[in-house]
Design a protein around this ligand. Structure first.
Ligand SMILES: Cc1cc2nc3c(=O)[nH]c(=O)nc-3n(C[C@H](O)[C@H](O)[C@H](O)COP(=O)(O)OP(=O)(O)OC[C@H]3O[C@@H](n4cnc5c(N)ncnc54)[C@H](O)[C@@H]3O)c2cc1C
Length: 343
């Protein structure tokens, strides 16, 4: 799909002066072929099966990321209940297998070589919402696999304020919590009452708001755990005003963000003082390209996959952007997108 105003992302345009200067400094990326997954031990597979899981070996993680990039997981498990999840995590702990929790995969750059150990994803039974709308303090309990966008739209339809900023945020509520996802001045952390987790050792625990440390695009949990559900407290809102806020946010996204090519949203967090996109544009990085990964022509804080891009290409552009912004502007960029797997 082409970009209104900015031209098609596919046609990077001529190599204009600042960009070509920048690209001249890019070393060619090392062409490392994706490695094969590591076969898990039969004992681990038996323990996972005993927990009720159906492990998949060598699942390509590119199928589970919005970037459409990522090599194989040694073991991939989609769990259907809290006891199954607890059993899977206990089995991984007992066999010293590293675990990665996958949400909607919309904020991840997974290595071309994939992820070693066990990748755990919550299945459909974790996509539920329980509403408690009576009284002055409306609340809801949502499973961690609920799509963030859908929940935002449902709350607005119920006349509830507090999540309308999430209209355009892809991924799950679980991933949104861990990222303290936000937009246009709102963030999910402000609405959280408590979260339900299963710890790495397999214990189901409820963590109250006081035990959680929400910061800019980050949540500190008191222990490593997978979120299974979230309890939110929202306010009553005026439906027409809520709907207007959604339309305004949508129009802004449509105007500013790239469309039609897989991406992972903002690559860098906004440093104090200026949006990362403005800094990247100022140093001439719009349209910079490595392999089939390109800094979006529409928004310089997005990298788009033009088709078949490798994680190494995206990482190469990230490293270049970090270096150039540091050298020219003295600003240190911090990735918002999370690097996953075997680099
Ligand atoms: C087009 C586009 C637009 C975007 N716009 C925004 C935006 O406006 N604002 C914004 O904040 N983000 C935005 N993002 C980024 C992304 O959508 C959010 O960060 C989102 O909340 C990530 O959720 P996810 O389910 O995809 O998590 P993932 O990307 O799968 O995971 C993110 C992190 O959370 C962890 N995690 C996921 N689920 C769980 C769980 N249940 N328990 C424990 N850990 C878990 C993962 O291990 C990982 O560390 C955008 C992305 C895209 C592609």
């Amino acid at each position: 799909m082409g970009d209104a105003g900015g031209g098609s992302e596919g046609a990077a345009g001529g190599a204009t002066t600042p960009r070509s200067r920048v690209l001249a400094a890019v070393p060619p990326p090392a062409r490392r072929m994706p490695t094969a997954p590591m076969p898990p031990s039969p004992a681990l597979l038996a323990a996972l099966a005993a927990a009720g899981a159906a492990p998949r070996l060598g699942e390509p993680l590119g199928r589970h990321t919005s970037f459409r990039i990522g090599g194989p997981a040694d073991v991939f498990v989609e769990v259907a209940s809290v006891p199954e999840l607890a059993g899977v995590l206990a089995a991984c702990a007992a066999h010293a297998a590293p675990v990665f929790f996958l949400g909607g995969g919309t904020n991840l750059l997974v290595s071309d070589r994939g992820a070693r150990g066990v990748v755990v994803k919550l299945g459909r039974p974790f996509d539920f919402v329980e509403w408690q709308l009576a009284g002055d303090a409306p609340r809801l309990r949502a499973g961690a696999a609920v799509p963030f966008k859908r929940l935002a739209m449902q709350t607005v339809a119920e006349g509830l304020a507090g999540l309308e900023f999430g209209e355009g945020i892809p991924g799950t509520i679980g991933g949104g919590l861990l990222m303290n996802a936000g937009a246009f001045g709102g963030e999910i952390g402000r609405a959280v009452d408590a979260i339900e987790v299963v710890t790495e050792r397999g214990d189901a625990v409820v963590l109250s708001r006081e035990q959680l440390g929400f910061a800019y695009r980050r949540l500190e949990l008191p222990m490593r755990a997978i979120v299974t559900a979230v309890r939110l407290r929202l306010a009553r809102g005026e439906p027409a005003a809520l709907a207007a806020r959604i339309l305004e946010a949508k129009a802004r996204r449509d105007r500013l963000q790239p469309k039609g090519h897989p991406n992972a949203g903002s690559i860098f967090k906004n440093p104090p003082g200026a949006p990362a996109g403005k800094l990247l544009e100022a140093v001439g990085l719009k349209g910079a390209r490595l392999g089939n990964a390109m800094v979006s022509l529409r928004h310089a804080n997005f990298i788009v996959n033009l088709g078949g891009a490798r994680a190494a290409d995206v990482k190469g552009l990230m490293d270049l952007a970090t270096r150039v912004v540091r050298q020219r502007l003295g600003v240190e960029l911090e990735p918002e997108v999370r690097l996953v797997g075997d680099w």
